[in-house]
Structure formats: structure tokens, C-alpha cells
Design a protein around this ligand. Structure first.
Ligand code: KIV
Ligand code: ZN
Length: 511
């Protein structure tokens, strides 16, 4: 049997980024996009450019710098959205405009306040406009699964007639159930024959926990593109999980006969990077990428796996890139060992990056006996982000006791200028955060604060993630250190750097 190619459209940076509390800066988005390209997704939906200047900038940076993959931008079926999306992605090697309008009566009546005829006309005009700007256009009929099938087919056929190369049938509210959704998609092929000449895509939400099952049913009914997000991120309960969808097609290939272009050994690393940068932890028992996905607790299972792995494992942990890497470095390891380990992990660092990474590696190796592959991965992404920061935390001091109010002093450097900040306040973390506010001349309000250990052991690296509100906007920051106080200060500092990059005026801002 010939295998049919299924295209993986990743929306981690668009629908995924709509998850509450996620606020990635442009550099973090590029870092994720680069990893998605390494993972081998076919399309990266990089954002919704008209929604904010930050989103526009993130999409533009990805379009300009990430190659080997289609970079897509979302646009409502509104002229300004479509033109703005094009402006953001026109530098991409393979740009795609993704425009959408709702087709269900409930959306038409209560949200759009438009008739079916008006929606059909808008869909036609906006697809035509997008096609006049960009060769590759995708059209989505929002809330398709609750739309009248005949009207939906009329709109989809019109979008094909206007030149859309991909037609997406979203289950926007996660209402579908697998058998019914498979029949629904098959029926659209009958009603709108033009669908046979284009890529038919599905975009399923997980409100009833069926996003992946529904996507699979659609694939069996003829869809050839699946929209999904790493770790199942996305609006509300999220989107279909990329790793689950891909590993179903991979593991059950003999039955399903479908292939993707995904390099599955990059799955685990992609999941960890997305979790680290978004602050959304993966539940331990999550299929494919959960910490326990390959752990065997019961004696009977352990016995079986030791005798023959396939007794209780349908996938090999190595197939998603979760191998016990042999990389273990220590304080005696030199630059060459670090460089070789980095290359083994897939990072090619330039001279400046390697120098910086080595300096930090030495600081950590002084305190931590063994530095593993996971530690190194975190260290590098930390380094790369630090290189783009404008404000750098040079030193901090905090005194805290049960008797006195904590005090803190920080020294921050900005382009060679030293900024000193002091505070005298509530708890010791609060004292440091306020001292940073004092130094940079901005007022931050801590909205979220999370600490987790990156690896096991008392000397594990601690990762802190904060979300800080500055002038009404939330900015996220993550940082890593063997000392949680230092990681907290650096994470807060990073959030402030993100606020500065977004245009908040601070000490040392250009007038
Ligand atoms: O859920 C949805 O319908 C969407 C569209 C914009 C494709 O996210
Ligand atoms: Zn969606």
C-alpha cells in the first residue's frame, strides 16, 4: 500500500499562544519556530499580525529568519488584516496567508451580525485579495462543525474558486465526535467537489478531549492536513496535540497508511522547549511526552519490559528523542568537550555564544557535580536569550531574617551604564523585584511566579518563570540558576527586558 502524506500545520505560536498567561517575546517565538523547523513541520502558523505590534514583529522575525518551512500568518476576512498579514510574512521563503470567517448561524447572528449572502461575498472577496498578494492562501470556515452543511459547502467551494490552495474545516468549539466528524468531512467532499483539488485541513479543539480523535477521523475521511499544537496548547482546552497525532500515524502506520514529514526524534526536545518558554508544564501522564509516558511502575510490567521491551511498550522512547543521553560533563570538562556535547545536542554555537556558554557552564559546574544533556539544553537557550537582553543584572544582594524587614540592592548594566536600585520591603523576593523596579525606573506587578527543578537531585538547576504586569501589559520571563533567588531575579529582569523591547519607557530609554 502506498502511504499518503499528511501535512502537519503547527499553530503553537498562534492558537497555542492564545492560552491564558502565555506571553512570548519575538526572540522566544523565533527560538520555538527554529525548533519546529528542525522537527519538520510543514507549516508554522507564526501569529496573528494585526492583533498587536508585538505579534506583527514576532511573525515578521520568523518569516525573515526561519527557512525550509512555510510560514503562515492569520487574518480575519477583513482587508486590513489580510494586508497586515502579508506585510508581516512577505519576507518568508514560503509565505502563506490564512484568512477566516465564521459560517455557523450562531456566529452570523450574534457575533458577525451578517447574513449568509454577506458572509459568502466577504469570503470570496478576501480570498481573492489574499491570492492577489500571496501565492499560497488558506481559508478557514470558523465554527464549521456547527454550520449548515450546504451553506458551508457553498462557502468552501467559493474559496476554492477564488484560488485558496488549502481549505480548513475547524471544530472551533470542540463539539464534534469522531464518527460524526469523519462523516461530516466526507460529506463536504461530496457537496463541494473543488475540495478534491486542494489540501483539506482540519483544526480541532479539545473541549471534550476529542481533538486528536476527531483529527484522526477526518484524516481517515480524506483530510490531508492536520492543524495541531505542541503539548496540545491552544485556546481553552487547547488544540489537537502535535506529538499525539504524529505518533498515532507513526505507530499505527500499517493500519492507517499515512506518513508525515516529522523527525520524531525531535519531539521530546520540542515539547520541553515549548513547556519551558510558555511556562505550561506537561502533565506527568500526558501521552507521548509526559514524564511517565515510558515509565513502568508495576513489578509485572517492569519484569516484562526487562525481558522484552515490546511486552508493555508500543513506542520506543528513543523514537521521540528521549534516550538516556550519554552526555555528562563536570567541572573538569573543557571548551572542546562542551562544544562537542553541544553539537551532539544539535546546537551550533558561534564563537561568542560558545564563550558565553562556557563561562556559564563553569559557574554551574563549580556547584553542580554532573551536568547532563537536559541541563545543557536549558543552559544554551538561557544564554541565547541573555545575549538579546538590554538590561543585565550584574549583582544582587538581599538580606532577610525573621526579625527585620528584608532589604535588597541590585546593580544593573545597560549599554555600559550602571543603574543601582534599592528597596526595603515585605518578603525577600519582593525586595529584589522592587530593587529591580527602582533601578530600571518602571513599576512591575507580579502576576505569576513558578519554580521547578530542571533535573533531579539537591543540586538540580532551578527554573523560575514570572509574568509581570508593566503599564497594563503582561510580560513573561524565565531564567535558570542553581540558586532560586538568582533565577527569580534574572527571570524578573528578563520580563523587564521584554517590556522594554515592547516600548515601555524605562531608565536609559532612548528619548
Ligand atoms: O478555532 C478556530 O476556528 C481557529 C480558526 C482561526 C482557524 O482558530
Ligand atoms: Zn482554533
Amino acid at each position: 500500500m502506498d502511504s499518503e502524506r499528511i501535512y502537519i500545520f503547527d499553530t503553537t505560536l498562534r492558537d497555542g499562544e492564545q492560552s491564558p498567561g502565555i506571553s512570548l517575546n519575538a526572540f522566544e517565538k523565533v527560538e520555538i519556530a527554529e525548533q519546529l523547523a528542525r522537527l519538520g513541520v510543514d507549516v508554522i502558523e507564526a501569529g496573528f499580525p494585526v492583533s498587536s505590534p508585538g505579534d506583527f514583529e514576532g511573525v515578521r522575525k520568523i518569516a525573515d529568519s526561519v527557512s525550509g518551512v512555510t510560514v503562515c500568518a492569520l487574518a480575519r476576512a477583513i482587508e486590513n488584516d489580510v494586508r497586515t498579514a502579508w506585510d508581516a510574512i512577505k519576507g518568508a521563503e514560503r509565505p502563506r496567508i490564512h484568512t477566516f470567517i465564521s459560517t455557523s448561524d450562531v456566529h452570523l447572528e450574534h457575533q458577525l451580525r451578517k447574513s449568509r449572502e454577506e458572509v459568502l461575498e466577504i469570503a470570496r472577496r478576501m480570498v481573492a485579495l489574499a491570492v492577489s498578494l500571496c501565492e499560497d492562501v488558506e481559508f478557514s470556515a470558523m465554527d464549521a462543525t456547527r454550520s449548515d452543511p450546504e451553506f458551508l459547502a457553498t462557502v468552501l467551494q467559493a474559496a476554492v474558486d477564488e484560488g485558496a490552495a488549502t481549505i480548513n474545516i475547524p471544530d472551533t468549539v470542540g463539539y464534534a465526535i469522531p464518527r460524526e466528524f469523519g462523516i461530516f468531512v466526507a460529506d463536504q467532499f461530496q457537496r463541494a467537489p473543488g475540495l478534491r483539488d486542494v489540501t483539506v485541513s482540519v483544526h480541532c479543539h479539545n473541549d471534550l478531549g476529542l481533538a486528536v480523535a476527531n483529527s484522526l477521523a477526518a484524516v481517515e475521511a480524506g483530510a490531508t492536513q492536520v492543524e495541531c499544537a505542541v503539548n496540545g496548547l491552544g485556546e481553552r482546552a487547547g488544540n489537537a496535540s502535535l506529538e499525539e497525532m504524529v505518533m498515532i500515524l507513526e505507530t499505527r502506520h500499517a493500519t492507517l497508511g499515512k506518513v508525515t514529514g516529522i523527525e520524531t526524534t525531535e519531539i521530546d526536545r520540542t515539547s520541553r522547549l515549548v513547556s519551558q518558554l510558555t511556562g505550561y508544564e506537561v502533565q506527568p501522564n500526558k501521552a507521548v511526552v509526559g514524564k511517565n509516558a515510558f515509565a513502568h511502575e508495576s513489578g509485572i510490567h517492569q519484569d516484562g519490559v526487562l525481558k522484552e521491551r515490546t511486552t508493555y511498550e508500543i513506542m520506543n522512547a528513543r523514537s521521540i528523542g528521549r534516550s538516556q543521553s550519554d552526555i555528562v560533563l563536570g567541572k573538569h570538562s573543557g571548551r572542546h568537550a562542551l562544544k562537542t556535547a553541544m553539537e551532539e545536542l544539535g546546537f551550533s554555537l558561534n564563537e561568542a555564544e560558545l564563550n558565553q556558554a562556557f563561562e556559564n557552564f563553569k559557574k554551574i559546574a563549580d556547584k553542580k557535580k554532573q551536568i547532563t544533556a537536559v541541563d545543557l539544553e536549558h543552559l544554551v537557550s538561557e544564554e541565547l536569550r541573555e545575549l538579546t537582553d538590554i538590561y543585565e543584572l550584574k549583582s544582587y544582594e538581599v538580606t532577610s531574617s525573621s526579625e527585620f524587614t528584608p532589604t535588597s540592592q541590585v546593580i544593573i548594566e545597560k549599554e555600559g551604564e550602571q543603574l543601582v536600585g534599592k528597596s526595603f520591603s515585605g518578603g525577600s523576593m519582593e525586595a529584589i523585584f522592587k530593587a529591580i523596579d527602582d533601578a530600571v525606573g518602571a513599576k512591575g506587578k507580579l502576576l505569576d511566579y513558578q519554580v521547578r527543578a530542571v533535573t533531579a537531585g539537591k543540586d538540580a538547576l532551578g527554573e523560575v518563570r514570572v509574568v509581570v504586569e508593566v503599564e497594563g501589559e503582561g510580560y513573561a520571563g524565565t531564567a535558570l540558576s542553581i540558586d532560586v533567588v538568582e533565577a527569580s531575579a534574572k527571570a524578573y529582569m528578563r520580563a523587564m527586558n521584554n517590556a522594554y523591547r515592547a516600548g515601555v519607557v524605562m531608565n536609559g530609554s532612548k528619548k
